[in-house]
Design a protein around this ligand. Structure first.
Ligand SMILES: NC(=O)c1ccc[n+]([C@@H]2O[C@H](COP(=O)([O-])OP(=O)(O)OC[C@H]3O[C@@H](n4cnc5c(N)ncnc54)[C@H](OP(=O)(O)O)[C@@H]3O)[C@@H](O)[C@H]2O)c1
Length: 308
């Protein structure tokens, strides 16, 4: 498992992150198995959000099942998110502070390593975010900050007021939902949908500003509509190529789906959503594979993207 020194922070963490959005209905024993398999595989970072599992439900489910000793707590990076409420987004000072207090209680911890603003709030007042972040940082309740699903313009607007470094942007990225990467490959190709820039070049803005990109839903075809792995009806060629490359590297197709993301020189972290310990192990093995350029582009085109 590769680890990354995360720019703009004092953190080092695994490039495979285990996301806990789907643990709400799991037994304590199954949550513990998922956690210990993740740790044994080298995972040191775990992703939550206030909204997962109902209000702070997955955060609470995790802490009910997994008791972290002080030394274990110091060895992992706990990330959570704020800003999604029932039917609207809220980056107000009051909501950021109250949601973090609730996350700390649900997670049964004194501090959150990383807090992300979950989805852009149209009514954001950057000065309010700045005040909330400064207070949380000064109180030792949150050590590092970032955003999720934010465009470069939205990040820059925040950065003009927010004193705390914005060190992360968590965005949707899988081989089949790859606009963040695929657009640039097809830049300047009139008439090709892939060339449409839907996110104002998050990729290069992040690289230029030392913002670590995190890829959520790394195995989903699109927006929560199932995984492409094994879907031969829609992705026969991709699955053939994944099988072949996986065999060549002695890992599973799941591992290659991870390796396709981690091969990118932007040094993405991959945020898994699996609740299956074996899939975590398979993903961790993928983190150690370095795909050749030829393999990377073969997978890219087999998923239906164009290399003009
Ligand atoms: N920032 C955001 O806006 C945002 C949005 C969504 C999610 N997230 C984060 O990203 C994480 C991952 O999201 P996700 O759960 O949608 O991602 P995912 O890892 O692409 O999907 C995982 C889901 O696919 C299933 N699956 C079925 N076959 C699989 C296979 N062969 N390999 C792997 N998974 C398979 C898993 O089931 P099993 O459990 O049975 O393996 C699980 O239900 C979440 O936990 C959350 O932390 C962030």
């Amino acid at each position: 498992m590769k680890t990354l020194e995360l720019p703009q922070t004092d953190l080092t963490a695994s490039d495979v992150v285990v996301g806990l959005m789907r643990i709400n209905d799991m037994s304590d024993e199954d949550v513990r198995s998922l956690y210990s398999a993740s740790r044994d595989a080298g995972v040191t970072m775990f992703d939550h959000a206030a909204i997962y599992g109902g209000w702070h439900g997955c955060e609470a489910r995790f802490a009910e099942a997994v008791t972290l000793s002080p030394s274990e707590r110091s060895e992992i990076v706990l990330q959570t998110k704020v800003g999604i409420r029932q039917g609207y987004f809220d980056f107000s000072y009051e909501h950021i502070l109250s949601s973090v207090e609730e996350s700390l209680a649900a997670l049964r911890t004194d501090y959150i390593d990383v807090l992300l603003l979950h989805r852009p709030d149209a009514l954001v007042e950057p000065e309010e975010v700045a005040k909330a972040f400064d207070e949380l940082h000064a109180a030792g309740k949150v050590h590092h900050f970032g955003v999720s699903n934010h465009t470069p313009g939205q990040v820059d607007l925040l950065r003009r007021s927010v004193n705390q470094p914005l060190a992360f942007n968590q965005v949707q990225l899988s081989i089949t939902h790859a606009n963040v990467i695929a657009q640039g490959v097809a830049a300047n190709m009139g008439g090709l949908d892939q060339s449409v820039d839907r996110d104002n070049d998050i990729l290069n803005h992040s690289r230029l500003n030392d913002i670590t990109l995190q890829a959520w839903s790394p195995f989903q075809k699109g927006f929560f509509d199932g995984v492409f792995l094994g879907d031969r009806e829609h992705y026969a060629e991709l699955n053939d190529v994944l099988d072949e490359v996986a065999a060549a590297h002695g890992v599973t197709p799941t591992g290659i789906a991870v390796a396709w993301i981690t091969r990118h020189p932007a040094h993405f972290q991959v945020v898994l959503g699996t609740t299956n310990p074996q899939r975590v192990r398979d993903s961790a093995a993928g983190s150690d594979v370095v795909l050749s350029r030829e393999e990377w582009y073969r997978i890219f085109t087999a998923a239906g993207h164009t290399v003009p």
